[in-house]
Design a protein around this ligand. Structure first.
Ligand SMILES: Cc1cc2nc3c(=O)[nH]c(=O)nc-3n(C[C@H](O)[C@H](O)[C@H](O)COP(=O)(O)O)c2cc1C
Length: 317
């Protein structure tokens, strides 16, 4: 089939591999122009697509049907590839789709509303074609835009109230880092939690607008340094926007290359597993691959202030 690609569409970067260039062209043809058969050369006949690790599998034909349905509801659909990273036979794509809801979708008659959804797709090639894809996006963005669920004013809890609640929750402060092709990058994060001990898994939540986010999204590993009570100045640096936050910071690369901050209370390296889009953040989950801790009291963050836990009184229990 002959396809006419949109001449106004941005050209693929010169650094794109053949696979990446074919993916961009096929996505543009299928998602933006409705030529779903353009996917035939990209997706293998036995192709399987899942939403999340345990999502219901969708075949190549099923995927084409979904694209047709989406395009009927959003005929002006545009999908922008924000980042595309290749690693061996795998491609990770961060994307953002926009369109106006002018046809029925999910049982909702046209609302005329503009809709924006962003997410990530992880593709595995088998030879020249993609055998498997996993996709993650925040479906609430879509459902909310269509009025299927309501979290807007009237139904939403007052953000100041929610902020007040969060201020009651005491956390430590971590610096989440990654090696971005030889450049260390990182930001202060208190949205860190243990998921399980066996296997050892943790999560961190990083705002998509953070300048460290693209590097983290591309990375296979991230580092987590739990700051010590005497590292308030370090917390300030990594909560800031300096171009080179590591200029005056002592750090050591971990076994898997993630920058780990000297003098911190504890350090982990994590092999990134899931990258789940949720609200304004991406939740990175992963398996702990190296761990160490020191006899240093951790820095405590509570109610917007920082505290030295070694100066608090333990309660008997
Ligand atoms: C105590 C503290 C905790 C923070 N926790 C998070 C967090 O969990 N996730 C996040 O994305 N940003 C968090 N931030 C904000 C970022 O560190 C901040 O926006 C930073 O400037 C981002 O840097 P970047 O844009 O260079 O990546 C926190 C800031 C502070 C001070």
């Amino acid at each position: 089939m002959t396809r006419t690609l949109d001449p106004a569409a941005p050209a693929a970067p010169a650094t794109d591999s053949d696979r990446a260039a074919r993916l961009r062209a096929a996505w543009r043809a299928a998602w933006d122009q409705g030529d779903v058969d353009a996917l035939n050369g990209l997706l293998s006949p036995g192709y399987v697509r899942r939403r999340g690790p345990r999502g219901v599998p969708q075949s190549r034909d099923g995927f084409k049907d979904s694209i047709r349905a989406v395009r009927e509801a959003f005929p002006d659909l545009r999908t922008e590839i924000e980042d595309l990273v290749e690693d061996g036979d795998r491609l990770a794509i961060r994307w953002r789709s926009t369109g106006r809801h002018t046809g029925a979708f999910l049982g909702v008659p046209p609302t005329g509303r503009p809709v924006e959804v962003s997410g990530a797709t992880f593709a595995r090639f088998d030879g020249a074609a993609i055998a498997e894809e996993r996709v993650t996006f925040d479906s609430r963005q879509l459902l909310e835009a269509l009025g299927i669920i309501t979290t807007g004013p009237g139904a939403a809890v007052d953000p100041d109230l929610v902020r007040g609640v969060h201020r009651k929750f005491i956390t430590g402060v971590t610096v989440v880092t990654t090696d971005d092709d030889g450049t260390p990058r990182g930001l202060a994060v208190n949205a860190f939690a243990s998921i399980s001990l066996d296997p050892p898994m943790v999560l961190v939540c990083v705002q998509r607008g953070s300048s460290t986010h693209p590097a983290l999204h591309r990375a296979t590993h991230l580092g987590i340094s739990i700051l010590a009570a005497d590292q308030l100045d370090v917390a300030k640096v990594f909560a800031g926007k300096s171009e080179n936050k590591f200029a005056d910071i002592a750090w050591t690369p971990g076994e898997h290359g993630a920058p780990l901050l000297d003098g911190s209370s504890a350090q982990l390296e994590v092999e990134i597993g899931e990258r789940v889009e949720a609200g304004s953040h991406t939740v990175f989950t992963g398996r702990v691959v190296t761990a160490r801790h020191e006899e240093r009291a951790p820095l405590v963050y509570s109610g917007g202030g920082f505290f030295d836990i070694s100066r608090t009184a333990p309660l008997p229990w």
